[in-house]
Design a protein around this ligand. Structure first.
Ligand SMILES: CC(C)(COP(=O)(O)OP(=O)(O)OC[C@H]1O[C@@H](n2cnc3c(N)ncnc32)[C@H](O)[C@@H]1OP(=O)(O)O)[C@@H](O)C(=O)NCCC(=O)NCCS
Length: 197
């Protein structure tokens, strides 16, 4: 019965779209309380959002069990976060004499909230499975982050970073003209015309 229903949803595009929208509404609006997102968001189960100021652009995919533990996170258009991507850092004061670590977290101190910088993920970024992005980082347009990486520094546009700490492994486009043409297209008419899978 359940299998048949799944098949029916898969074979019917508008039904599949409707189910996706319901799922997003359920997980993003109802469970995580976020409001600020664009068209065609896919927001999967198990995502944890610690601050509701999270902003998400159009055509974005947020995989299962992602973790947003920082204030002021901005995610652009056409961004894909694989499952278990985490954004964290700047959440404990570590040098407070006489205060055990468990008492130094964000929930315990407004001071820390004031020092959190936030994270920016620009358009057309793909972050691989289980990557960790630290507070304060900007991931430039069109970049790719390898699975399991720990990103501690800004990532320039159109570069592939991987490892722990993440380092550049190569450019996404070998030819500069391809990069410029691609960037123009995604910032122009292409926007919202494509249904990202
Ligand atoms: C980052 C990635 C895109 C690079 O792919 P690629 O360009 O084909 O890279 P290669 O396999 O040629 O590897 C190039 C080098 O980077 C290293 N590397 C690749 N991925 C890495 C990773 N995730 N972490 C650490 N090092 C990595 C390789 O070991 C290799 O190193 P070497 O030159 O010293 O031998 C890919 O490895 C990756 O991590 N994809 C994410 C997959 C994923 O999470 N999918 C989830 C579904 S949405």
């Amino acid at each position: 019965m359940l299998g048949k229903l799944k098949q029916l949803i898969k074979s019917n595009k508008s039904l599949a779209y409707g189910v996706r929208r319901c799922r997003t509404w359920l997980h993003a609006n109802l469970r995580c309380g976020i409001r600020n997102y664009g068209h065609n968001l896919q927001f999967n189960r198990g995502v944890v959002v610690c601050f509701r100021d999270l902003k998400i652009g159009h055509d974005v995919f947020i995989g299962y069990d992602c973790y947003f533990g920082v204030q002021n996170i901005q995610i652009g258009n056409y961004v894909q976060l694989a499952p278990k991507v985490a954004i964290t850092g700047g959440d404990h004061l570590i040098e407070v004499i006489g205060t055990p670590m468990i008492k130094t977290g964000l929930d315990a101190s407004r001071e820390i909230q004031a020092t959190q910088k936030g994270v920016v993920i620009q358009d057309d970024v793909w972050v691989g499975l289980g990557a960790i992005i630290m507070d304060g980082v900007t991931i430039g347009e069109g970049s790719i982050i390898g699975a399991g990486s720990v990103v501690t520094k800004d990532v320039p546009p159109y570069t592939i970073f991987a490892g722990c700490p993440a380092k550049k492994i190569r450019d996404r486009f070998l030819n500069q003209n391809d990069r410029v043409e691609h960037s123009k297209k995604i910032n122009g008419t292409w926007h919202r015309s494509v249904d990202i899978k």
